[in-house]
Design a protein around this ligand. Sequence first.
Ligand SMILES: [Ca+2]
Ligand SMILES: [Ca+2]
Length: 221
Amino acid sequence: MGISRSTSLVVSVCIAVMLVVASVAMAQETILVQDFEDFADTEALREMAPRWEDGAFAEVFLCASIANTGDYSMRLVPGKDNQGQTWVSVRVPCIATDWTGGQYLEFWLKNDGATEFGFAITVYEESGEPWTHDASETVSIEVAEGEFEEVVCSWNMARVPAGFAGRVRVPFDSLTVASWFAGDARDDEFAADSIREINLGFSMANNPDNVLYLDSFQVVK
Ligand SMILES: [Ca+2]
Ligand SMILES: [Ca+2]
């Protein structure tokens, strides 16, 4: 009986050690890009995440009632057009600007709207070179807990369904230099070690009622 007890204890300890080793091996290395936990209030967030003054309006709020990680997220509420402009572009300020070794950008998005939400993610290098999607590139969206499905972009837009709440993954190799960019900074090399900001863009004409929540931006290696 004594031998059997100690044997089963040894087996249990071995299994526990194996599980810990396996979970450490499976844990992916990440770089925190933005989790909205360090802003004092909405005004502080608005200073860092201004709307595009020449474009359409979306009001930015620091949200304490809905979050994916921690206590806060960023809430975007579509407003009105701006002299015919309907394209909204909101800056997501980056905590980490060196994304070296990253495979994809991941963030959490809740589409609190009755229609699908189409959006463009643009990653700006410090140089100003903007990286976004071409038509036919794919991003992955989380359709069930931990279960991802690829969605094909249309022009530079990805889409999530009405009521979607989950993670979105943007592989770095799905990004190309924005076709509209004609600046001197164009070198077609993605400078992962020198990132300035992320922009979330969407058409308010197509998404007038989609209140959005964003959280948990990270780069996954
Ligand atoms: Ca958060
Ligand atoms: Ca570059």
